[in-house]
Write a protein that binds this ligand. Structure first.
Ligand code: GLC
Length: 510
């Protein structure tokens, strides 16, 4: 068994986790102070969002130097001290790698745009005439470069310019980047929008759907992507016992699962499951995943990230029993769980009440596009509030506060009572997840009966009732309750499951 197959990961959104120097921005010093907290929760691995120098148009996902630490987060020495101490607590550290694009402030791009015959020119993607591709943040994906009189391609913000992955020098340089960080002691990478890599020189227009929305077909999963993904996975695997998780920009299981496995990355993020808009799709998606990953590979299990509304609002409707049911599913099903920071306290969404309070480029873009289209400001604000990813980026609920200074983004008033109850529940689940029963691959039994999901892992039966109160026959005989989100009445014949009941039983000798 690989270490990551037994690990519960925790995503840390760098600017929002813990501020150690009172400038209102999270940093390595603050993060290091909180290692004991992570250990107490039972976390075995952390994913750090980008901490490299960046103008922060997209909060660090616009890297201007791959070989350094941004001063907002501290120094290289702070990072190394953090890694060493995390390791001393048995916590692995993986870092976000944003290699689809760089910041327009990166030296490579500055050099490339100087002249058409610049040695770095071919490191990026240039066209005389743009096609219809739109950026994933909205608006055109091609930006005119007045000095060299061509358009450059950016699949995200215009300040995030895509690298040309057909160029072998680019590939070799990225291998160097991987080597550099693995040598620093990291345990692996989370690869940002990795199926977006530009691998062809063909730019057919994307189709547009009935609502006039662009369908992103030709600007991702380009021909050669399977082989490139295998190459990246093999390169990192070849360096040692490292872990790779890929962010695939799709919410379709077929697009996501095909890149996971020994001929791709270790795992990929299952947005088909994790970013569902409501609870309705969850049971069906897990059932499909149970079939697809019956071959020994693992899906990922998560309900939150820095790119989506918090599960407390989006899926649990602010109900603690539902939030605990989701936690039980994520931490007991077959897969690699990723807890999003603060979710273990039942943290809620931050909704900026004006465009000035908005920090996310995606929300601000949406606002501007609405105004350009002639919509009134209040309507534009509503659209932007829906699109903004600020929701999940408010500072962590620490008892002593996130920072002494004013935080870089608005805060959500904490509910410490709820936080304590949720934490205890997560802690119990994570302790169970680490036992041999929950590390077994797959399920001993998997059963869906309407909105009731039941599965057996090792000697444990997990029942999750996504529907109304009901009774079920006790087919398992001798049951011992281990953990539940509410009181459950059961005997040798029947188990009564209230609405949103989540319970783990140990199944005894028959
Ligand atoms: C990924 C990141 C997101 C970022 C985008 C562009 O989707 O998770 O935060 O904006 O890539 O790098």
């Amino acid at each position: 068994m690989k270490w990551w197959q037994e690990t519960v990961f925790y995503e840390i959104y760098m600017p929002s986790f813990k501020d150690g120097n009172d400038d209102g921005i999270g940093d390595f010093k603050g993060l290091r102070e909180k290692i004991p907290y992570l250990a107490e929760l039972g976390i075995g691995g952390v994913w750090l969002t980008p901490f490299y120098p960046s103008p922060k148009v997209d909060n660090g996902y616009d890297v201007s130097d791959y070989y350094a630490v941004d001063a907002d987060f501290g120094t290289m020495a702070d990072l190394e001290a953090f890694i060493a101490e995390a390791h001393a607590y048995g916590i692995r550290v993986i870092a976000d790698m944003v290699v689809n694009h760089v910041s327009t402030e990166h030296a490579w791009f500055k050099e490339a745009r100087l002249a058409r015959d610049s040695p770095k020119r071919d490191w990026f993607v240039w066209q005389d005439t743009p096609n219809n591709w739109e950026s994933f943040f909205g608006g055109p994906a091609w930006e005119w470069d007045a000095s060299s009189e061509q358009y450059y391609y950016h699949s995200f913000a215009k300040e995030q310019v895509d690298l040309n992955w057909r160029n072998e020098e680019v590939v070799r340089e990225i291998w160097n980047v991987f080597d550099f960080w693995l040598d620093k002691g990291l345990d692996g990478f989370r690869l940002d929008v990795i199926n977006n890599l530009t691998l062809t020189r063909n730019f057919p227009d994307n189709p547009v759907d009935a609502n006039g929305e662009q369908v992103h077909i030709f600007d991702k999963d380009q021909p050669g992507m399977d082989a490139k993904m295998a190459e990246i996975g093999a390169y990192i695997r070849g360096k040692g016992d490292y872990f790779t998780v890929g962010e695939i920009s799709s919410d379709k299981l077929s697009d996501i699962e095909k890149y996971a496995g020994t001929d791709g990355l270790d795992v990929t993020f299952n947005f088909n499951f994790g970013s569902v808009a409501s609870r309705d799709g969850i049971v069906a998606e897990l059932s499909r995943m149970q079939e697809v990953y019956a071959d020994g590979r693992m899906p990922t299990l998560f309900f939150g990230s820095h790119d989506m509304s918090r599960s407390w609002n989006r899926l649990a409707d602010g109900r603690e029993d539902v939030a605990q049911m989701l936690a039980m599913l994520m931490l007991t099903a077959h897969g690699v769980p990723f807890v999003y920071f603060g979710e273990e306290l039942g943290m809620a969404d931050f909704v900026p009440d004006s465009v000035d309070a908005m920090r996310d480029v995606q929300g601000i873009y949406a606002y501007d596009l609405e105004l350009e289209a002639g919509r009134p400001a209040d309507e534009a604000l509503r659209v932007a509030q829906d699109k903004t990813r600020d929701k999940a980026r408010a500072p962590m609920w620490w008892p002593e506060g996130f920072s002494q200074g004013v935080a870089w983004i608005g805060e959500v008033p904490p509910d410490f009572e709820r936080g304590r109850r949720m934490f205890t529940f997560y802690q119990a689940l994570i302790a169970l997840r680490k036992t041999a029963d929950f590390c077994e691959p797959g399920y001993r039994a998997f059963d869906v009966d309407g909105a009731l999901l039941m599965y057996v892992r090792g000697d444990y039966l997990v029942c999750l009732n996504f529907g109304e109160a009901r009774e079920m026959e006790n087919r398992w005989g001798n049951l011992t309750e281990i953990l539940a989100n509410q009181s459950i009445v059961f005997d040798a014949e029947t188990v009564k499951l209230p609405e949103n009941a989540a319970v783990i039983f140990k199944v005894g000798e028959q």
